[in-house]
Design a protein around this ligand. Structure first.
Ligand code: GLN
Length: 485
């Protein structure tokens, strides 16, 4: 008997549409898994049982009446808590937003609802998307489904852990410096960060606006393509939203990799990469080569500055974006009976966690008059050089392959200094600085049975090349079908 929670989202939607299973039955199957397993995993901050069952019933009614249904008919989805949901508490995993019930849906959430997806609840993450382990959640830690003593990665740790453990069929995460790809790698699933501008940021709680992008976390390439088709497209409410047409991404998954040129950059492979990660990634690249891809060396000489530039730009934007949380309009308010200044201080002092405060201070410092040229302007110049490196490299290749992260999942509580944690993202950050699409794909396991991620990057608006690689790779391997015991 097929277990319905192990079907791909595309298969689930097809079965729901054809009346082989009902959306309600599917929804209940996931709710049951969440009830029995999530206490240990900690992927969800909030489960909207009532809302999910009501949405599922609506889909079933439509089908019974013979009405057309959307591409994600009845598919149970989990949403990162950075995505604003109408009438459903949204906290960005921060105490400062505790109790905030948004009056509107993010564009991606509306798009999912239009496609008849069923929203199960809100997923755990690092507070305001700052972190690489989900340990910065103000509510509870999330664990890695492959080893409960390890982190699921971050900051979309809940989104990756939920998909890996079948606590939702697909999820959405956001990626500012690696937050879709790194947790996808640590949890053995597929994470796709679209090109900057591909997906609307309307209703996405802003971390670093020039870098943030929403994307799918799924098990299969086809599901990632399907979700991308649903959430992509121009949105006049996001000024940075692209006018580019949305391709039928699913077509790319079956096109194979014959003739595709894959680049390997020394700068992204000679770093301190764990030897087992190296081996798995090399084997995956060899697999793509066997499928007809051509493998070449490319150079990205400014990669070594990406981390420093990112940790100026992202905190600078964050310091500005987070100034709106002052106890006046959103969520928590403390010292209501004292002066305005005291209210700000108490609310922000107690509402934000340590890492968020660190970023606000870093960003404010970098933007101070007198320091602006030395830090922020320099970082922006590096950003341009990094984007140029990619432009040059992509003149010769269609895709650049590397490990997603230098290691597999590390232990809960293991990384004690902020810098050590920041280094978990050395291979993912430059993609965001250049606005490129990027993907992480499970390409096997190390000796401790922890998943290894292969990162693939492509030129702007060329998500199709990533999906070609992923679709082909998953057709000749079965790592993506493995499930934690
Ligand atoms: N880990 C990086 C950071 O802490 C990236 C986070 C993200 O992509 N949201 O900023």
């Amino acid at each position: 008997m097929t277990v319905i929670t192990q079907l791909s989202a595309a298969e689930q939607a097809r079965k729901v549409r054809q009346g082989e299973i009902s959306a309600s039955e599917l929804c209940q199957a996931y709710l049951k898994r969440i009830a029995s397993q999530d206490e240990e995993i900690g992927a969800y901050l909030r489960v909207d049982e009532e809302g999910a069952l009501a949405q599922a019933a609506k889909v079933d009614t439509k089908i019974a009446a013979g009405h057309p249904v959307g591409a994600l008919a009845g598919v149970p989805v989990g949403l990162r808590d950075l995505l604003v949901t109408k009438d459903l508490e949204t906290t960005a995993a921060s105490k400062i937003l505790e109790g905030w019930i948004p009056p509107y849906d993010a564009q991606v959430v509306s798009a999912l609802r239009c496609a008849d997806a069923v929203i199960l609840g809100k997923l755990n993450m690092d507070e305001f998307a700052m972190g690489s382990s989900t340990e910065n959640s103000a509510y509870k830690p999330c664990t890695n489904p492959w080893d409960r003593k390890k982190v699921p990665g971050g900051s979309s740790g809940g989104s990756a852990a939920a998909v890996a453990s079948d606590l939702c069929s697909i999820s959405l995460g956001t990626d500012t410096g690696g937050s879709i790809r790194q947790p996808a790698a640590f949890c053995g699933v597929l994470g796709l960060k679209p090109s900057y501008g591909r997906v609307s940021r309307y209703g996405v709680i802003a971390y670093a606006s020039s870098l943030d992008q929403v994307g799918p976390i799924t098990r299969t390439a086809e599901d990632a393509a399907l979700v991308l088709e649903v959430i992509s497209g121009h949105d006049p409410r996001d000024a940075t939203s692209s006018q580019s047409a949305v391709p039928k991404f699913r077509d790319s998954c079956g096109q194979g990799v014959a003739g595709l040129r894959i680049g390997i950059a020394d700068e992204m492979s000679l770093e301190a990469v764990d030897s087992q990660v190296r081996e798995r990634v090399d084997a995956a690249i060899a697999e793509l080569k066997a499928g007809g891809a051509e493998v070449k060396r490319v150079s990205l000489p400014h990669t070594k500055y990406a981390l420093s530039a990112y940790y100026i730009i992202a905190p600078a934007e964050a310091a500005s974006n987070l100034s709106r949380y002052d106890g006046v309009r959103f969520g928590m308010r403390l010292a209501d009976d004292k002066s305005l200044q005291e209210m700000y201080e108490e609310t922000r002092g107690q509402g934000f966690g340590t890492e968020v405060k660190r970023r606000i201070m870093l960003g404010t410092f970098a933007l101070r008059a007198g320091y602006y040229d030395a830090y922020y302007k320099k970082a922006q110049q590096i950003r341009t050089l990094i984007a140029r490196d990619f432009e040059q490299a992509f003149a010769d290749v269609d895709v650049i392959a590397s490990p997603t992260a230098p290691t597999t999942a590390f232990g809960l509580g293991e990384k004690t200094s902020p810098l050590e944690m920041y280094q978990a993202d050395i291979f993912t950050l430059s993609c965001n600085l250049a606005g490129l699409p990027g993907m992480s794909l499970n390409c096997g396991f190390d000796d401790a049975n922890l998943p290894v991620g292969l990162q693939l990057l492509a030129p702007r608006m060329q998500e199709e090349s990533l999906l070609r690689c992923a679709g082909y790779y998953q057709s000749v391997t079965d790592w993506h079908a493995q499930r934690p015991g």
